[in-house]
Design a protein around this ligand. Structure first.
Ligand code: MG
Length: 227
């Protein structure tokens, strides 16, 4: 599909949209906690805790501590004190970051968007310093006109205000911005509800391509589909 002619800016989610965690996360968890650490349980715990983080009830560090403590408990291991939990989590994060990569369709897409004269921004629900570090480390930073992260702003997707703020920073009105992301609720429906163009990126490893979840929300399986 083509981006609308009047589209002057593209907003992108970062995790699982531009950055591929599929190998990095499980490998880092096993490296730090051993082969009996169950990555599916880790993801389950992340999904359980994330709504509390996006609602502002807990900070990102607290999410990380609770997730690690819960996994250790499930593994039948003792839960250490907070400084030790933070040290283990910092180790895991370093191991993840050393393994991260971009999906292969990302840089060609950014080059096409830039060549078309449109502005490019990131809108991420996560920790600010971590996400900015990742954009630098993976070579995304030079392509980005604005990086907006909920950990800095206190306003997370799918809230309308999160999209409004990201558009202001991008310098493009919401109605002329297209947002692309992998989360149905946070990205696709959130952007649509906030008056942006919405593209749900449903990469093939997630299973069969779903139908559009709402009128006006496009579904693609690769950024190569967007020109
Ligand atoms: Mg994502």
């Amino acid at each position: 599909m083509e981006l609308p002619e009047d589209c002057a800016g593209v907003l992108l989610d970062l995790d699982d949209t531009l950055i591929d965690f599929s190998e990095a996360s499980p490998a880092a968890l096993a490296h730090v906690l051993g082969p009996d650490a169950d990555f599916a349980e880790w993801m389950e715990l992340t999904e359980e805790l994330y709504p509390r983080f996006t609602a502002g009830a807990i900070g990102y560090r607290e999410l990380e501590r609770r997730r690690l403590a819960a996994l250790l408990t499930r593994m039948g291991r003792p839960v250490p004190d907070v400084p030790e939990l933070d040290a283990v989590e910092a180790h895991r994060r370093r191991e993840v970051e050393s393994r991260l990569r971009l999906y292969p369709d990302v840089l060609p897409f950014l080059a096409r968007v830039r060549a078309s004269g449109r502005r490019i921004g990131v809108l991420s629900n996560s920790d600010g310093p971590q996400q900015r570090r990742r954009t630098e480390q993976l070579g995304l930073a030079p392509w980005l006109d604005a990086v907006t992260v909920s950990g800095d702003t206190g306003i997370a997707k799918p809230r309308r205000e999160a999209f409004a703020l990201a558009c202001r920073r991008l310098g493009v009105p919401a109605a002329r911005t297209v947002h692309i992301g992998d989360s149905l609720e946070a990205d696709a429906l959130g952007a649509h509800g906030a008056g942006l163009g919405a593209v749900w990126l449903h990469r093939p490893h997630r299973g069969p391509t779903p139908p559009p979840p709402a009128r006006g929300v496009a579904v693609v399986t690769t950024l190569d589909a967007l020109v």
